[in-house]
Design a protein around this ligand. Structure first.
Ligand code: SAM
Length: 262
C-alpha cells in the first residue's frame, strides 16, 4: 500500500504532520493511554528519572535550562519540573516546551495551570519547528539538556533536527530522545505489528473519529531507523555517545538514546 507521506516534499510532509497533530490534540492524551496500555507513562517516568534533572552537588544548586522539543501537551516537561523541584529540591531548573503545533501547545498551557505556581513560573512555551529553530529566539549554546519524546520520527528532516539540538546545547549539554523503536524479539514483533497495524487505526477511528491520523502514526514508527542506525546519526551530528548508546524499553517497543555535546 502507499504510505501517508510517499512522494511528498519536505514542506508538504511538515504540513501533513501539522494537520495530524491539529486533529489529534484534544484526544491525544486519552489515545496515548489506550494505544500503549498506559506504558507510555512508565517509559516517560523512566526517561525523566534517568536524566535526573536538577541534580547538583553544589550549594546553591546549579541552575539548569531544559528544552523539551515536540513537547506537545507537556508530559515530559511537567515530569522534568516535578523531578527537579520536588525530588532534587532544585527550584532553579527552567523548562521550555517547544512544538511546531499551536493546538498541542494550547492543550499543554491549559494543563500547566494545574501545576504549583513555582513550577508554572519555571515553564515557558515556544512555537517552533525543531528542524529550524530561529537563532534569534534560541541562540547557540543555550541549554543544558535537550529532550525529545515521541517527536523526532515525525520530523521531515532528522539530521537537521539533530544539528539544531547540537547548536542550542551548551558544551557538556545532553541530547536525550525517547522514541518508538525496533522490537528485539520476533514473537513480540509479530504481536506488536498486529496490534499497531490493525488495532491502532481502528481505535483512532472509534475513539477520536480519525483513522488516517492514527494510520500515519503507525507508519511513522515503522519507517523510523533502528537503534544502531539512529545512534550513528546522533554521532554524525557531533555528539559523543557512551557505552552501547541506547537503552531498550519493553523489548525495544521504545528506546532511549543519549549523546553529549563535547
Ligand atoms: N513529547 C510529547 C509526549 O511525549 O507526549 C508529544 C509527542 S507527540 C506524539 C509529537 C509532537 O511532535 C506533536 O506535538 C507535534 O506537533 C510535534 N512535532 C511534529 N513535527 C514537529 C516539528 N517539525 N518541530 C517541532 N515539533 C513537531
Amino acid at each position: 500500500h502507499f504510505g501517508f507521506q510517499d512522494g511528498l516534499s519536505e514542506s508538504e510532509k511538515t504540513e501533513r504532520v501539522a494537520g495530524v497533530f491539529h486533529s489529534v490534540a484534544e484526544s491525544y492524551d486519552r489515545m496515548n493511554d489506550l494505544m500503549s496500555f498506559g506504558w507510555h507513562r512508565i517509559w516517560k517516568d523512566h526517561f525523566v528519572s534517568s536524566l535526573n534533572p536538577g541534580l547538583s552537588s553544589s550549594l546553591p544548586p546549579r541552575p539548569q535550562r531544559v528544552l523539551d522539543v515536540a513537547g506537545g501537551t507537556g508530559d515530559i516537561a511537567f515530569r522534568m519540573l516535578h523531578h527537579a523541584h520536588v525530588v532534587n529540591h532544585n527550584p532553579d531548573v527552567h523548562v521550555t516546551i517547544s512544538d511546531i503545533n499551536g493546538s498541542m501547545l494550547a492543550v499543554g498551557k491549559q494543563r500547566s495551570l494545574k501545576l504549583p505556581a513555582s513550577q508554572q513560573a519555571a515553564l515557558s512555551f515556544l512555537e517552533a519547528d525543531a528542524t529550524s529553530i530561529p537563532p534569534s529566539v534560541v541562540p547557540d549554546n543555550t541549554f543544558d539538556l535537550y529532550t525529545v519524546a515521541f517527536g523526532i520520527r515525525n520530523f521531515s528532516n532528522v539530521p537537521a533536527a539533530l544539528a539544531e539540538a547540537y547548536r542550542v546545547l551548551k558544551p557538556g549539554g545532553v541530547f536525550a530522545c525517547l522514541e518508538f523503536s525496533k522490537v528485539n524479539s520476533s514473537l513480540l514483533d509479530a504481536v506488536y505489528k498486529r496490534w499497531s497495524f490493525a488495532a491502532i487505526p481502528l481505535i483512532g477511528q472509534l475513539v477520536a473519529g480519525d483513522r488516517d491520523s492514527y494510520q500515519y502514526l503507525v507508519e511513522s514508527i515503522e519507517r523510523f531507523p533502528s537503534q544502531p542506525d539512529f545512534r550513528r546519526m546522533i554521532r554524525e551530528a557531533g555528539f559523543e555517545v557512551g557505552g552501547q548508546g541506547w537503552e531498550d524499553l519493553t523489548g525495544g517497543v521504545a528506546a532511549i538514546h543519549k549523546g553529549m555535546k563535547p
